[in-house]
Design a protein around this ligand. Sequence first.
Ligand code: NAP
Length: 256
Amino acid sequence: MGRFDGRVAVVTGAARGIGFGTAVRFAEEGASVAIVDLDEAAAVDAAGRLPLVEGARAVGIGCDVSDAAAVDAAVARTVAELGGLHILVNNAGITRDNLLFKMSELDWDLVMNVHLKGAFLMTKAAQAHFVEQKYGKVVCLSSVSALGNRGQANYSAAKMGIQGFVRTLGIELGRYGVNANAVAPGFIASEMTDATATRVGMSVEDFRAAAADRNPVKRVGFPEDIAAAVAFLCSDESSYITGQTIYVDGGAKLVS
Ligand code: NAP
């Protein structure tokens, strides 16, 4: 028996990376899964690769999480096609890094819109179902960058905003059987960090090796490391935990 048998999970930004790793974990443990991503073809392809258990289903949905109408349609489609909604993971994310004096207003707005407005819109749409059924789990992706990171004024502010967001969700929704928490990853091998390597002129291998050297466990993280923490926070084992942020960073912030 899986921890998510009979549950329906929505994971945003799940066509690849941490989101896909999390969707795989939910599927392995019995859930039906909606993969929501900007590119519908990529979302459908990812949904087709999930290791579903017998009786579970998956759907891939194209949706920009910063577009309210698209979000409402994606949540409605998930409920219609998968038969309900129990778990929401707000994972979709982008970076537009630059030092403050070079950061454009557009790059500030883009990052705020995907991370913060996206989490707000998705959670608002999902909570209507959660509150009615008196059951729901929300996990949002924060980051160690919430604690401050050179060149990431926009991303850092958004990721610390996520922590305040889940604290408030915890206060407002606890009485309705809804838990809301955040996971703050350190360096995770993904296309996002590979793109940063390219931007700073390093090979992916050297960039990952440098990141591994900076933390106590001497390795980089992988999507599976984050998926394990998200799955715990979406399971009934963690029903007394809400409004919290768990850092999953190999101890990186203990030494930096
Ligand atoms: P990733 O590989 O870049 O994947 C992000 C996914 O989100 C992509 O499929 C992307 O689609 C999608 N997306 C972007 N904007 C979207 C939007 N407006 N609506 C719907 N989907 C959208 O990133 P990742 O490394 O897996 O990161 C996942 C989450 O973890 C992010 O919130 C990130 O900030 C956070 N995080 C990552 C790390 C890390 O080291 N990787 C560390 C801390 C926190 P497109 O490909 O079409 O753009």
